[in-house]
Design a protein around this ligand. Structure first.
Ligand SMILES: NC(=O)c1ccc[n+]([C@@H]2O[C@H](COP(=O)([O-])OP(=O)(O)OC[C@H]3O[C@@H](n4cnc5c(N)ncnc54)[C@H](O)[C@@H]3O)[C@@H](O)[C@H]2O)c1
Length: 228
Protein backbone atom coordinates (compact mmCIF):
# COMPACT_ATOMS: atom_id res chain seq x y z
CA UNK A 1 0.00 0.00 0.00
CA UNK A 2 2.89 2.33 0.76
CA UNK A 3 4.43 1.68 -2.65
CA UNK A 4 1.09 2.69 -4.20
CA UNK A 5 1.27 6.04 -2.39
CA UNK A 6 -0.68 5.42 0.83
CA UNK A 7 0.49 6.81 4.13
CA UNK A 8 0.32 3.63 6.21
CA UNK A 9 -0.18 3.46 9.96
CA UNK A 10 1.27 0.09 10.91
CA UNK A 11 0.10 -1.33 14.23
CA UNK A 12 1.17 -4.46 16.05
CA UNK A 13 1.01 -5.74 19.61
CA UNK A 14 4.76 -5.97 19.30
CA UNK A 15 5.74 -2.34 18.58
CA UNK A 16 9.21 -3.42 17.39
CA UNK A 17 7.63 -5.46 14.57
CA UNK A 18 5.55 -2.47 13.50
CA UNK A 19 8.70 -0.35 13.61
CA UNK A 20 10.60 -2.86 11.46
CA UNK A 21 7.87 -2.68 8.78
CA UNK A 22 7.92 1.11 8.90
CA UNK A 23 11.72 1.14 8.51
CA UNK A 24 11.41 -1.13 5.45
CA UNK A 25 8.77 1.17 3.95
CA UNK A 26 10.99 4.18 4.66
CA UNK A 27 13.97 2.56 2.91
CA UNK A 28 11.86 2.16 -0.22
CA UNK A 29 10.74 5.80 -0.13
CA UNK A 30 7.24 5.29 1.30
CA UNK A 31 5.49 7.03 4.19
CA UNK A 32 4.48 5.15 7.33
CA UNK A 33 4.07 5.40 11.10
CA UNK A 34 4.50 2.62 13.68
CA UNK A 35 2.19 2.22 16.66
CA UNK A 36 2.06 -0.41 19.39
CA UNK A 37 -1.52 -1.73 19.75
CA UNK A 38 -3.24 -4.79 21.17
CA UNK A 39 -6.41 -5.13 19.09
CA UNK A 40 -7.97 -7.13 21.93
CA UNK A 41 -8.21 -3.84 23.88
CA UNK A 42 -11.41 -2.20 22.58
CA UNK A 43 -10.65 1.28 23.91
CA UNK A 44 -7.06 1.32 22.65
CA UNK A 45 -8.14 0.03 19.23
CA UNK A 46 -10.85 2.67 18.85
CA UNK A 47 -8.51 5.42 20.06
CA UNK A 48 -5.84 4.35 17.56
CA UNK A 49 -8.24 4.52 14.62
CA UNK A 50 -9.82 7.85 15.56
CA UNK A 51 -6.33 9.20 16.34
CA UNK A 52 -5.02 8.21 12.88
CA UNK A 53 -8.05 9.80 11.21
CA UNK A 54 -7.71 13.05 13.13
CA UNK A 55 -3.90 13.27 12.72
CA UNK A 56 -4.17 12.86 8.96
CA UNK A 57 -7.58 14.41 8.30
CA UNK A 58 -9.00 11.28 6.66
CA UNK A 59 -9.11 7.50 6.71
CA UNK A 60 -9.37 5.84 3.30
CA UNK A 61 -8.55 2.23 4.15
CA UNK A 62 -8.84 0.00 7.18
CA UNK A 63 -7.14 -3.36 6.97
CA UNK A 64 -7.90 -5.32 10.13
CA UNK A 65 -5.68 -8.36 10.09
CA UNK A 66 -4.54 -9.93 13.39
CA UNK A 67 -5.99 -13.32 14.25
CA UNK A 68 -5.50 -16.41 16.39
CA UNK A 69 -5.57 -20.10 15.53
CA UNK A 70 -6.40 -22.47 18.37
CA UNK A 71 -6.37 -26.09 17.17
CA UNK A 72 -8.70 -28.82 18.34
CA UNK A 73 -12.04 -30.55 17.95
CA UNK A 74 -15.24 -29.78 19.84
CA UNK A 75 -14.28 -31.75 22.97
CA UNK A 76 -10.70 -30.44 23.06
CA UNK A 77 -11.32 -26.70 22.73
CA UNK A 78 -12.39 -25.07 25.99
CA UNK A 79 -15.10 -22.39 26.19
CA UNK A 80 -12.34 -19.96 27.19
CA UNK A 81 -10.39 -20.80 24.03
CA UNK A 82 -13.52 -20.31 21.94
CA UNK A 83 -13.99 -16.89 23.59
CA UNK A 84 -10.34 -15.99 22.87
CA UNK A 85 -10.83 -16.96 19.21
CA UNK A 86 -13.98 -14.87 19.00
CA UNK A 87 -12.26 -11.89 20.65
CA UNK A 88 -9.50 -11.67 18.07
CA UNK A 89 -11.07 -13.20 14.95
CA UNK A 90 -14.44 -11.42 15.11
CA UNK A 91 -14.78 -8.89 17.92
CA UNK A 92 -11.61 -6.90 17.20
CA UNK A 93 -12.66 -6.53 13.53
CA UNK A 94 -16.12 -5.43 14.67
CA UNK A 95 -14.67 -2.75 16.96
CA UNK A 96 -12.21 -1.56 14.29
CA UNK A 97 -14.88 -1.36 11.57
CA UNK A 98 -17.48 0.37 13.74
CA UNK A 99 -14.87 3.00 14.68
CA UNK A 100 -13.73 3.59 11.10
CA UNK A 101 -17.24 3.64 9.61
CA UNK A 102 -18.40 7.12 10.72
CA UNK A 103 -15.21 8.67 9.35
CA UNK A 104 -15.59 6.88 6.00
CA UNK A 105 -19.32 7.64 5.82
CA UNK A 106 -18.62 11.35 6.29
CA UNK A 107 -15.95 11.20 3.56
CA UNK A 108 -18.39 9.46 1.20
CA UNK A 109 -15.80 6.79 0.51
CA UNK A 110 -13.79 4.08 2.19
CA UNK A 111 -12.52 0.52 1.93
CA UNK A 112 -12.62 -1.87 4.88
CA UNK A 113 -10.70 -5.11 4.51
CA UNK A 114 -11.08 -7.79 7.14
CA UNK A 115 -8.69 -10.73 7.14
CA UNK A 116 -10.55 -14.00 7.38
CA UNK A 117 -8.97 -17.11 5.85
CA UNK A 118 -9.80 -19.78 3.32
CA UNK A 119 -10.90 -21.54 6.52
CA UNK A 120 -13.84 -19.13 6.33
CA UNK A 121 -15.10 -20.81 3.16
CA UNK A 122 -14.14 -24.44 3.86
CA UNK A 123 -13.89 -26.74 6.87
CA UNK A 124 -10.49 -27.66 8.27
CA UNK A 125 -9.80 -30.85 10.20
CA UNK A 126 -9.80 -30.39 13.99
CA UNK A 127 -9.99 -26.59 13.97
CA UNK A 128 -13.45 -25.81 15.34
CA UNK A 129 -12.59 -22.46 16.95
CA UNK A 130 -10.72 -21.18 13.90
CA UNK A 131 -13.16 -22.35 11.20
CA UNK A 132 -16.20 -21.11 13.15
CA UNK A 133 -14.82 -17.62 13.80
CA UNK A 134 -13.36 -17.24 10.29
CA UNK A 135 -16.77 -18.14 8.79
CA UNK A 136 -18.46 -15.71 11.20
CA UNK A 137 -16.27 -12.77 10.23
CA UNK A 138 -17.13 -13.23 6.54
CA UNK A 139 -20.82 -13.10 7.46
CA UNK A 140 -20.20 -9.91 9.45
CA UNK A 141 -18.27 -8.33 6.58
CA UNK A 142 -21.00 -9.13 4.05
CA UNK A 143 -23.64 -7.68 6.39
CA UNK A 144 -21.57 -4.50 6.77
CA UNK A 145 -21.18 -4.35 2.97
CA UNK A 146 -24.91 -4.41 2.30
CA UNK A 147 -25.70 -1.92 5.08
CA UNK A 148 -23.08 0.65 4.01
CA UNK A 149 -22.95 0.29 0.21
CA UNK A 150 -25.21 3.35 -0.07
CA UNK A 151 -22.45 5.40 1.64
CA UNK A 152 -19.83 4.16 -0.83
CA UNK A 153 -17.97 2.36 1.95
CA UNK A 154 -16.88 -1.04 0.66
CA UNK A 155 -16.34 -3.99 2.97
CA UNK A 156 -14.53 -7.10 1.79
CA UNK A 157 -12.92 -10.12 3.40
CA UNK A 158 -9.44 -11.35 2.56
CA UNK A 159 -9.15 -15.14 2.62
CA UNK A 160 -5.55 -16.28 2.31
CA UNK A 161 -4.46 -19.88 2.12
CA UNK A 162 -1.12 -21.15 3.40
CA UNK A 163 1.56 -18.46 3.70
CA UNK A 164 4.78 -19.37 5.48
CA UNK A 165 4.65 -17.12 8.55
CA UNK A 166 4.93 -17.83 12.30
CA UNK A 167 1.13 -17.94 12.31
CA UNK A 168 1.30 -21.60 11.25
CA UNK A 169 3.42 -22.70 14.23
CA UNK A 170 0.37 -24.21 15.97
CA UNK A 171 -0.67 -26.11 12.85
CA UNK A 172 2.91 -27.28 12.41
CA UNK A 173 2.84 -28.78 15.92
CA UNK A 174 -0.57 -30.31 15.22
CA UNK A 175 0.79 -31.89 12.01
CA UNK A 176 3.87 -33.29 13.82
CA UNK A 177 6.63 -30.95 12.65
CA UNK A 178 8.04 -29.01 9.73
CA UNK A 179 8.50 -31.97 7.40
CA UNK A 180 4.87 -33.06 7.78
CA UNK A 181 3.71 -29.50 7.19
CA UNK A 182 5.76 -29.23 3.99
CA UNK A 183 4.30 -32.56 2.82
CA UNK A 184 0.82 -31.29 3.56
CA UNK A 185 1.38 -28.10 1.58
CA UNK A 186 2.93 -30.00 -1.34
CA UNK A 187 0.12 -32.54 -1.58
CA UNK A 188 -3.05 -30.81 -0.37
CA UNK A 189 -2.78 -27.53 -2.23
CA UNK A 190 -3.46 -28.02 -5.95
CA UNK A 191 -0.73 -25.50 -6.84
CA UNK A 192 1.62 -27.56 -4.65
CA UNK A 193 3.22 -24.68 -2.76
CA UNK A 194 2.86 -21.92 -0.18
CA UNK A 195 1.51 -18.52 -1.19
CA UNK A 196 3.91 -15.62 -0.71
CA UNK A 197 3.23 -12.47 1.33
CA UNK A 198 3.63 -10.52 -1.94
CA UNK A 199 0.86 -12.56 -3.61
CA UNK A 200 -1.46 -11.78 -0.71
CA UNK A 201 -0.42 -8.11 -0.77
CA UNK A 202 -1.56 -7.85 -4.42
CA UNK A 203 -5.05 -8.85 -3.28
CA UNK A 204 -4.99 -6.38 -0.39
CA UNK A 205 -4.01 -3.49 -2.68
CA UNK A 206 -6.73 -4.53 -5.14
CA UNK A 207 -9.39 -4.44 -2.40
CA UNK A 208 -8.03 -1.18 -0.99
CA UNK A 209 -7.88 0.70 -4.28
CA UNK A 210 -10.31 1.95 -6.91
CA UNK A 211 -9.37 -1.08 -9.00
CA UNK A 212 -12.18 -2.75 -7.05
CA UNK A 213 -14.49 0.32 -6.91
CA UNK A 214 -17.70 -1.72 -7.57
CA UNK A 215 -16.70 -4.72 -5.42
CA UNK A 216 -18.19 -5.04 -1.96
CA UNK A 217 -19.30 -7.94 0.21
CA UNK A 218 -16.78 -10.24 -1.44
CA UNK A 219 -14.60 -12.91 0.16
CA UNK A 220 -11.42 -12.87 -1.92
CA UNK A 221 -9.81 -16.29 -1.68
CA UNK A 222 -6.10 -16.47 -2.58
CA UNK A 223 -5.08 -20.03 -1.82
CA UNK A 224 -3.76 -21.90 -4.87
CA UNK A 225 -7.16 -23.66 -5.15
CA UNK A 226 -6.87 -25.38 -1.75
CA UNK A 227 -10.52 -24.72 -0.86
CA UNK A 228 -11.94 -26.22 -4.05
N1 LIG B 1 -0.23 -17.31 7.42
C1 LIG B 1 -1.23 -18.04 6.95
O1 LIG B 1 -1.02 -19.14 6.39
C2 LIG B 1 -2.64 -17.51 7.04
C3 LIG B 1 -3.64 -18.17 6.29
C4 LIG B 1 -4.94 -17.72 6.36
C5 LIG B 1 -5.26 -16.63 7.14
N2 LIG B 1 -4.28 -16.01 7.86
C6 LIG B 1 -4.70 -14.89 8.71
O2 LIG B 1 -3.77 -13.81 8.66
C7 LIG B 1 -3.71 -13.16 9.93
C8 LIG B 1 -2.31 -13.14 10.51
O3 LIG B 1 -1.52 -14.07 9.90
P1 LIG B 1 -0.01 -13.74 9.48
O4 LIG B 1 0.41 -14.89 8.64
O5 LIG B 1 0.11 -12.36 8.99
O6 LIG B 1 0.68 -13.88 10.92
P2 LIG B 1 2.10 -13.38 11.46
O7 LIG B 1 2.41 -14.28 12.60
O8 LIG B 1 3.09 -13.23 10.35
O9 LIG B 1 1.78 -11.91 11.99
C9 LIG B 1 0.76 -11.70 12.90
C10 LIG B 1 1.07 -10.40 13.61
O10 LIG B 1 -0.06 -10.08 14.42
C11 LIG B 1 0.43 -9.58 15.65
N3 LIG B 1 -0.61 -9.76 16.65
C12 LIG B 1 -1.01 -10.93 17.21
N4 LIG B 1 -1.96 -10.69 18.11
C13 LIG B 1 -2.18 -9.35 18.13
C14 LIG B 1 -3.03 -8.50 18.87
N5 LIG B 1 -3.87 -8.99 19.80
N6 LIG B 1 -2.99 -7.17 18.62
C15 LIG B 1 -2.14 -6.67 17.69
N7 LIG B 1 -1.30 -7.43 16.97
C16 LIG B 1 -1.32 -8.75 17.19
C17 LIG B 1 1.69 -10.37 15.93
O11 LIG B 1 2.55 -9.67 16.81
C18 LIG B 1 2.29 -10.52 14.53
O12 LIG B 1 3.21 -9.49 14.21
C19 LIG B 1 -4.67 -13.91 10.84
O13 LIG B 1 -5.93 -13.27 10.84
C20 LIG B 1 -4.77 -15.27 10.17
O14 LIG B 1 -5.98 -15.95 10.49
C21 LIG B 1 -2.98 -16.43 7.84
Amino acid sequence: MASEGALVVVTDRDADRAQAVVAEIGRSGGRAEARGLDVGDDAALAAEITGAASRHGRLDILHSHAGIQIPGRLEEVTPEQMDASWTLNVRSHFVAARTAMPVMKAQGKGSIIITSSNSGVQYDREMIAYATTKHAVIAMTRQMAVDYACYNVRCNALCPGFVDTPFNDGFKRQMGGRHALEEYVAHTIPMGRWGTPEEIAEGIVFLASDQSAFLTGHALVIDGAECI
